[in-house]
Design a protein around this ligand. Structure first.
Ligand code: FAD
Ligand code: SIN
Length: 539
């Protein structure tokens, strides 16, 4: 057993930002299941929403967030996170993040003093999105990782996957429950070790991989939600899965996003004949909020039988397009699409979980000692539909608040009193090596396909019930594997995917109305009496 002051699970913007702050006050283990640069954060394109322009105001950003959230945002939390954004942006710039500035090349010095170049995305009434061309996440990651690598008190454990939280109740104590640490699979050796800490911070990101088509990378398997669920923490609003309207449609492209900022800079959505359709769905057209645009594309595809719709930015000067969106332009070109001359084929894909582990405005969950920040958390900022580019903002502001809150409440005496707890070693018992990997892959595919087919952009009660039944059967089978075979990442991720899929379906079945990202043909309108978060807890 190894002991740390803090254990942080995840090396995206939330985990890295928290680790840097916490390391000023203690030893931090930062565990991450792939290499430290692999996260949703790395792929973030559009940017980070923050009020920095004199033409903008906190009130406007708050109102845009509340409108997108379709009546379910926590207004107090929204005001706090929006107003604390500028201070966190200044810290990122001080760390070396190079946001684009107007009329010229970005440099760290420029970012601190020059006028930032602001872009626009769906649902925003002002240009307020700071960006680093179309690779904002990669740039933020670069600067945070460089700082983390230099910090002597941050111990980064790459290729280490958190398996489960260790709680008092799991150790057989009936008193008030709390987290004492976490079991972690060292992927290099196949051994599971126990890490002891009174402060365990989930920063594990989202669960896009629960769907067949997603913009998310392979790490996004909802591990944090599943671990928190198993430990008995409250999970909120998981029916609100955001589908990004514009993922590149190409057989070889995997899951490449075409940023909403492309529409922010003037691109229009058209069908194969070049006919625009968004004005039939919302007066804001292509810049309506994401739920509306994704549903409109889905409806057009179903209505016309087309396999995709198209994004057209060919009317903009080619030089501007190539400079502003170098990553998108070059990736599309790799697939034979010159976006300065050709329309981009696009389809919606699962992108973001607007719900998560329920927290207060400081990242505390319902389980003592467990904190959640970033996409894994449900703070109340996003309500029923996240406003574009509010995710990076939420992650960085919550990392700061969470660290400050822990410092305020840290109680050394209490920690000392518990220090005699020796965590039990992980036991594999009679578990065998898993020899039927094909079954794992089959179940994995089945979950992702059934979620896509039955729990997608447009839902019905009947399809949700079918999904629930199928998932219960799969869960029984997967639990059997879990107990009978030695754990490996594939099996652990499959187990987590199945848990999270069930939570999404159960949450969706509870909401008997359509609101934000949850649209069901059986209850097609919002119902004021259901304007409250969905909260689930194991048992
Ligand atoms: P992540 O960045 O996803 O990091 C999670 C970390 O946890 C990873 O390091 C992962 O390996 C690790 N992890 C997970 N499970 C375990 C485990 N069991 N054990 C150990 N480690 C684990 N948002 C915006 O605001 N603006 C944008 O422009 C934007 N663009 C996006 C573009 C794309 C293609 C995608 C996919 C998302 C985009 N988003 C954007 C959303 C945003 O990027 C994410 O919500 C945000 O980066 C999440 O940060 P995070 O730190 O919470 O999690
Ligand atoms: C994008 O660039 O379109 C993604 C923005 C986001 O998810 O907030």
């Amino acid at each position: 057993m190894t002991r740390y002051d803090y254990v942080v699970i995840g090396s995206g913007i939330a985990g890295l930002s928290f680790a840097l702050k916490a390391a000023e006050h203690g030893e931090v283990a930062l565990i991450t299941k792939s290499n430290k640069a692999e996260s949703n954060t790395t792929y973030a394109q559009g940017g980070i929403a923050c009020v920095t322009s004199p033409e903008d105001s906190f009130e406007l950003h708050v109102q845009d967030t509340l409108v997108a959230g379709a009546g379910l945002c926590d207004e107090a939390v929204t005001r706090v996170l929006v107003s604390e954004g500028p201070a966190r942006i200044r810290e990122l710039i001080e760390l070396g993040v190079q946001f684009d500035v107007r009329d010229g090349e970005a440099s760290p010095e420029d970012s601190a003093t020059a006028e930032l170049d602001l872009t626009k995305e769906g649902g925003h009434s002002k240009r307020r999105i700071l960006h680093s061309r179309d690779i904002t996440g990669r740039e933020i990651d670069r600067a945070l990782i460089a700082a983390v690598e230099k910090h002597p008190r941050i111990h980064v454990l790459e290729h280490h996957m958190a398996v489960d939280l260790i709680t008092l109740s799991k150790l057989g104590f009936a008193s008030e429950d709390r987290v004492l640490g976490v079991y972690v699979l060292d992927e290099n050796t196949g051994n599971v070790k126990a890490l002891r800490s009174d402060y365990v911070v989930l920063a594990t990101g989202g669960c896009g991989k629960v769907y067949l088509y997603t913009t998310n990378p392979a790490i996004a398997t909802g591990d944090g939600i599943a671990m928190a669920w198993r430990a008995g923490a409250r999970i909120s609003n998981m029916e609100f899965i955001q589908f990004h309207p514009t993922c590149l449609y190409h057989p070889d492209a995997g899951s490449f996003l075409i940023s909403e900022a492309v529409r922010g800079e003037g691109a229009i959505l058209v069908d194969k004949n070049g006919r625009r359709f968004m004005d039939r769905y919302d007066p804001r057209g292509e810049l309506a909020s994401r739920d509306i645009v994704a549903r409109a594309i889905d409806a057009e595809m179903k209505r016309t039988g087309a396999r995709c719709m198209y994004l057209d930015i060919t009317h903009k000067p080619a030089e501007f397009v190539r400079e502003r969106f170098p990553n998108i332009a070059s990736t599309c070109l790799k697939y034979g699409i010159d976006i300065t001359k050709q329309k981009i084929p696009v389809v919606p894909a699962a992108h973001y979980q607007s719900g998560g582990v329920q927290t207060d405005a400081d990242g505390s969950t319902s389980l003592r000692g467990l904190y959640a920040i970033g996409e894994v958390a449900c703070t109340g900022l996003h309500g029923a539909n996240r406003l574009a580019s509010n995710s990076l903002l939420e992650a960085v502001t919550m990392a700061h608040r969470c660290n400050a809150a822990i410092l305020r409440t840290r109680c050394p005496d209490e920690t000392a009193a518990r220090s005699h707890f020796a965590l039990p070693e992980w036991t594999s018992g009679v578990a065998q090596d898993l020899d039927e990997l094909v079954v794992v892959y089959h179940n994995w595919d089945e979950i992702r396909r059934l979620m896509w087919d039955y729990v997608g952009i447009v839902r019905t009660t009947k399809r949700l019930q079918r999904a629930a039944t199928r998932l219960r059967n799969l869960d029984r089978e997967i639990q059997e594997f879990y107990w009978n075979f030695k754990v490996n990442t594939d099996l652990l991720e499959l187990r987590n995917l199945c848990t999270v899929a069930s939570i999404i379906v159960d949450s969706a079945l509870l909401r008997r109305e359509s609101r934000g990202l949850h649209y069901t043909l059986d209850f097609p309108t919002p119902d004021e009496s259901q304007r409250h978060p969905t909260v689930l807890r194991r048992g």
